[in-house]
Write a protein that binds this ligand. Structure first.
Ligand code: SF4
Ligand code: SF4
Length: 311
């Protein structure tokens, strides 16, 4: 099983597309666990299921005070650890320490190279620090994904970002279709690209992937019936893993199907993971949010019914 762990809801950015559930449901609990509680949480989970990997996210995970100790603990239990960050808090010595303690892959957000557009999207202006963090991670030859939101505001930036990633030897580029959740809900009109715009940008990404032999993932699953995946042979399309191999744990140990799903299935501290996993809620969520004919569709394997939160 793979888990995303929202170690803290705290973040010093204020991205206008942020899908974190507490940006939409402001009364969502925003407490955090201390290190001992996190160890107990994952120790219990390890007894109940095989944990193949954990991606630590947030909020901004580097704002969790004892992050190093958590990583050290997970690494001692042979769990593959990834870190998702906006990148501005990563200096050389932190990167070295994180890698030494067991982080084997990083995911950094880079939504624009034009400082004005970057600022519009993130409300931050430390773009140079992000680029520097990318360079520093690659110096240690550690796996790195650069992830970019696919929105109306930064469409012209995508080809430039792909070029830069190639020049910086980034391993994977993840293009994330805008999702109408979290803060994105308020900013939908400003951000949501049309299907035609999506097709155009996928076309360019497809050509770049071919030219550079680059790994470009379309991470938020796209409906194969609306945008045919076969037209973009050099891109790798994701499928919805909703409550199957990948799960989400929030900052107090609640289990949800995924980042976008606000509904809590239960809490890992007081319920068995397998009971929660096999409970009615995730099964119903998977079945009830499909497009009209997904269950009989020949492409189901390709998109898994696509992301339930794109609307
Ligand atoms: S599985 Fe559903 S969303 Fe995916 S291609 Fe088929 S009908 Fe479309
Ligand atoms: S609904 Fe599926 S594709 Fe969308 S975020 Fe959840 S797991 Fe991912």
């Amino acid at each position: 099983m793979f888990f995303i762990f929202e170690i803290t809801p705290k973040c010093d950015f204020d991205c206008i597309y942020c899908y974190n559930v507490w940006k939409e449901k402001t009364d969502y609990q925003q407490k955090i666990l201390n290190v001992e509680q996190i160890k107990q949480l994952f120790f219990k989970l390890m007894q109940e299921t095989e944990i193949e990997g954990i991606t630590i996210s947030g909020g901004e995970p580097l704002l969790y005070e004892n992050l190093f100790e958590v990583i050290d603990f997970l690494n001692q239990h042979n769990i593959k650890i990834g870190l998702t960050t906006h990148g501005t808090l990563l200096n050389k010595s932190k990167i070295r320490k994180l890698i030494k303690l067991g982080v084997s892959y990083f995911e950094i957000s880079l939504d624009a190279l034009n400082p004005e557009i970057y600022h519009k999207l993130t409300n931050d202006n430390q773009l140079d620090k992000v680029k520097q963090a990318i360079l520093n991670i690659k110096k240690y030859n550690t796996k790195l994904t650069v992830s970019t939101i696919l929105s109306k505001l930064n469409i012209d930036e995508i080809p430039k970002i792909i070029d830069l990633c190639f020049a910086m030897s980034v391993d994977y580029i993840s293009l994330n279709r805008f999702i109408t959740g979290g803060k994105g809900k308020i900013n939908k009109n400003l951000l949501k690209p049309s299907i035609q715009e999506l097709k155009e940008i996928l076309n360019i990404a497809n050509q770049k992937a071919d030219k550079y032999n680059a790994n470009i993932n379309i991470s938020v699953p796209v409906e194969d019936c609306i945008i045919s995946h076969t037209n973009y042979k050099n891109l790798k399309f994701g499928t919805c893993m909703c409550g199957r191999k990948k799960w989400l744990i929030d900052s107090v140990g609640n289990l949800r199907t995924c980042e976008q799903n606000i509904n809590i299935i239960g809490n890992i501290f007081n319920q068995n993971f397998n009971t929660l996993k096999n409970s009615k809620q995730p099964t119903e969520f998977r079945q009830n949010n499909l497009k009209n004919n997904c269950t009989t569709c020949n492409f189901f394997y390709n998109c898994g019914g696509a992301c339930r939160f794109v609307n």
